[in-house]
Design a binder for this molecule. Sequence first.
Ligand SMILES: [Mn+2]
Length: 469
Amino acid sequence: MILLIGYGRFGKKVANLIKEKEEITIVDKEINDKEKLESDFNIVIGDATKEEVLKKANIEKADIILVLTNEPEVNRRIAELVCNLNPSAYKIVRHIPGQPDLYEGLDIDKIIDVLESGAKDIAKDVEEAKLKRMLTQLKNILIEKKKEFCSSKNGKKGLLIITHRNPDPDAIASAMALKTIAEKWEVTSDIAYSGNIGYDENKAMINLLEVEILNLKDIDINKYCVIALVDSSSSKYIDIDPEKIDIVIDHHQNPDISARYMDVRNVGATASILTQYLMELNIEPTRKLATALFYGIQTDTDYFKRNVSKLDFEAASYLQPYIDATILNMIENPEISTEVMEVIAKAIMNRKIIKGNIALAYVEEISNRDALPQAADFLLKMEGISTTFVYGIVGDKIHISARTKDLRINLGEILREAFGGGGHQTAAAATIPLGIFASVSDKESLRKLVEEAITKKILEVMGVREGQG
Ligand SMILES: [Mn+2]
């Protein structure tokens, strides 16, 4: 909460600039239009040089206190009281011309000159002050808990940073940044995840940036003094008891975990929040960390198009000079494995084009079904092709992957109707037991049978007769 004392012309301007983001309590001797203001602010009418008035305004709960009256003696008296009643709050007081020593001997964080700085500067100061206080709190939790629980005797470790299940680049980058920050405060940490690290880009990120990330299954979380969760604030997406979490840093709305430290903001990426921490703490990111954070912001905002905020742009422009463009490029375009390349090659060789724009390709027996969607994507790049079906045998099943750019076709429905599969309009998959085909040992006969059966069924459902076009 922000306590603003002195609701004159200047106080009003400041209050209006910060009211969107913060809960504000205003104290002044007289306030006109009290009722009208009450929807935006908590109002306390009274003489702020009196202790009971400040107590009525919940001064002990204020994070930031602004003393903005224009009378020197009054401001001095209030400043003294404020320092006594809430020594840990961030205190901003108004400079009165011709009174250079007005606040001498008091522990004031910032003295502002109303003539020199506009209300906007003060709104900015308030935001910075809040961040400073947050980071002090974060540091205190880490250091306190480490002192309390970690000793060389009990073998306990420092901080455990966990991501949500199946971590994405934003989660991984945020964990890396928090680890760097904790290191600055002499707290060592491990990063852990549950689920899978899917997508070649995410695997490439971890390999190229040499991220050390453990699997939750392999560690004992009770061995850690502090636990932080990044890029999630919901118990639905984690695999540990939410009660054990001390720190939550996230950008998703409506958290259902309440930790001691909560920084949940509506911005494009958690990596932007952590970048802001680095900036405030003057920690220069390494190339790898900067690249990770930049990639995290980029992917979560879909290249600065989705849910992007001012903070995301600021963070990205701060990171920009530190990033390793070569590595970033390699992460975005990971090398294709030989196996996937072979499946793609087979799909190209074996493709059958129906009606000029539908490609069907049988890729025979393969060991990795993940190659199928990649081959289906690849075929879609061929000139004139708007719909692709790639299928192959994995174990005792036929797997099919399909893609389309044609808005009139709903692949999810087609594969459901044809084989009980599913998916979306543009991408779908299905699995069919080999059944009687399994007994066919001759490769060539198997190919013929499978190709015929699958092609016939797909075209039937699509309402296309073979041989057309
Ligand atoms: Mn995120």
